[in-house]
Design a binder for this molecule. Structure first.
Ligand code: FAD
Length: 470
């Protein structure tokens, strides 16, 4: 009898345990991706991720076909689609990889399937370690990263990744929905027109990128990862978010580096472990993207001014590093990690806008938007999270720019109006003398904004709001 292989956040054939288990079951495989309605605590996918998903599903369908299989597309409630599929094909088992953000939903689906006489089996692979395995001495989840990381390391290496199979026997031919009818790609306007300059969704591209990263950028990871104009990070987050590559594959790929690179490798693995940590937080606290982890922040007096939010989102705040980050995000669906921290701090602490507004915007615009990483990092910046940066640590956007983009290369690339401004003023155009602005072709307030808020004033205001909830 055939088995159903249900793809979700694991759009890959490499290191895919559910796929191997389905093959081991012996019968042909009916592979399906289901477009589900909005689920509790899950999705909907942001617009940038829908763009990615479209291309990723095409890539997955092609690789399944090249092995003799296929990918069926269906939409509706998962339990209904799956019961229907089981009825049509005679399948009695369904194989999936766990996606921890949907644990509660999946539990309900499993119950519904069981009632219909169908068994669903779930496998590990989304994280480096199963969350159940990384616990405190008292058997609880960790709330602080360093002890979490220490405990993870004690468990040893993550599972060795499984290679993709060389053949898949396809189940009966069934009618698939047409991907184009899902309308995942933007049309008017096509705001994703530049995405394909920097991104190639799909697992083949993810594997190529990993190989290039291990050969090149990883050697400068520790120092380079904080500098937004330097290519020093893996750029694999969107591939990870869609499960096109497994974190265990990343971990093991870095094992081949010579001993002198061990510090770089250690740093990289630690960042990967942050992803596991964020998922552990999400499991502990499913409301991570909508509720303050630290409930004292419930009393915080946020402000919301539509024009401030728009200036931030459009990269028109008058602070070059903030504007560069927000424009990189809009144009390419991505932003460098350091700049994510600066732009998030600016929204929360300079503009005093609730972190949830920023989380939502990132969720809609990032190709790597991730329910755990995005929410946990926003709460980290806000100071409301578990193991968060304290609220009173407020980034000065000028000094941050000068420290991490000292020559202004990142700003010049993403804010072309400032391209000709001299280095000394690149992060503080509002202090430049008139003749310097003129030479650079700048008129503040006309072709580049004056700062929408004074940072010193904003800092005092934020601190006093914070004092009132302490
Ligand atoms: P690399 O430096 O190559 O790191 C490798 C992998 O480690 C990343 O792909 C990612 O999966 C993981 N990682 C690295 N840093 C972090 C971190 N701080 N927290 C959790 N995992 C991490 N990352 C997302 O994947 N999705 C998000 O939606 C997201 N939102 C963020 C929002 C804010 C406000 C901040 C400050 C950070 C956010 N991050 C998010 C974390 C981080 O910025 C990105 O993972 C990273 O920039 C991706 O680039 P990379 O793949 O080249 O990273």
């Amino acid at each position: 009898t055939p088995s159903i292989l249900w793809f979700r956040k694991d759009l890959r054939l490499d290191d895919n345990r559910a796929l191997h288990a389905a093959i081991d079951a012996g019968g042909p495989i009916v592979a399906v991706y289901i477009r589900e309605p909005k689920l509790l605590n899950v999705g909907p996918l942001g617009a940038a991720q829908e763009w990615w998903l479209h291309h990723s599903l095409l890539a997955l369908k092609n690789s399944l076909k090249s092995l003799g299989g296929d990918l069926l597309l269906a939409s509706g409630r998962a339990e209904q689609v799956l019961v229907d599929l089981a009825r049509k094909t005679g399948a009695r088992s369904i194989f999936v990889n766990r996606a921890y953000e949907r644990t509660a939903v999946d539990r309900e689906i499993a119950v519904a399937l069981k009632q219909a006489g169908i068994l669903i089996q779930a496998f590990h692979g989304q994280l480096l370690q199963e969350p159940d395995a990384v616990r405190t001495g008292a058997g609880k989840g960790f709330k602080v990263f360093t002890p979490f990381w220490n405990a993870m390391q004690k468990l040893g290496e993550p599972h060795p990744p499984l290679d993709a199979p060389s053949h898949i026997s396809a189940g009966p031919a069934l009618d698939s929905e047409d991907l184009d009818s899902w309308a995942l790609l933007p049309t008017k306007p096509d705001w994703a027109s530049e995405f394909s300059k920097v991104w190639v969704p799909g697992e083949e591209a993810a594997q190529d990128k990993l190989a290039g990263f291990v050969d090149r950028e990883l050697h400068n990871y520790k120092r380079g990862r904080d500098l937004p104009s330097v290519e020093a990070t893996s750029m694999l987050s969107a591939h990870l978010a869609h499960g096109e590559i497994s974190p265990a594959r990343l971990w093991h790929a870095t094992s081949s580096l010579p001993a002198h690179a061990s510090e770089e490798v250690g740093h990289f693995r630690r960042e990967l472990a942050w992803r596991d940590f964020c998922y552990n937080l999400l499991i502990e606290f499913p409301g991570l993207n909508s509720q303050n982890w630290d409930s004292k922040f419930d009393a915080f007096q946020w402000e919301y001014r539509e024009e401030d939010f728009r200036a931030w989102a459009r990269g028109q705040t008058g602070y070059p590093i903030v504007d560069a980050g927000m424009r990189q995000l809009w144009r390419y669906g991505f932003m460098h990690n350091r700049v994510r921290m600066i732009t998030a701090s600016f929204l929360i602490k300079d503009l005093m806008i609730d972190w949830r507004k920023g989380e939502e915007w990132f969720n809609d615009t990032l190709v790597d938007a991730d329910p755990a990483n995005n929410a946990a990092n926003w709460q980290w910046v806000a100071g409301s999270g578990a193991d968060a940066s304290p609220f009173f640590r407020i980034f000065n956007p000028v000094l941050q720019g000068e420290k991490f983009d000292p020559d202004g290369d990142y700003v010049r690339e993403h804010v072309p109006e400032l391209a000709r401004l001299e280095r000394k003023y690149i992060h503080r155009p509002f202090e430049a003398p008139q003749h310097v602005l003129e030479k650079a072709g700048l008129e503040l307030g006309r072709n580049y904004p004056k700062p929408i808020i004074d940072h010193g004033f904003a800092r005092d205001r934020a601190l006093s709001a914070y004092r009132s909830i302490r």
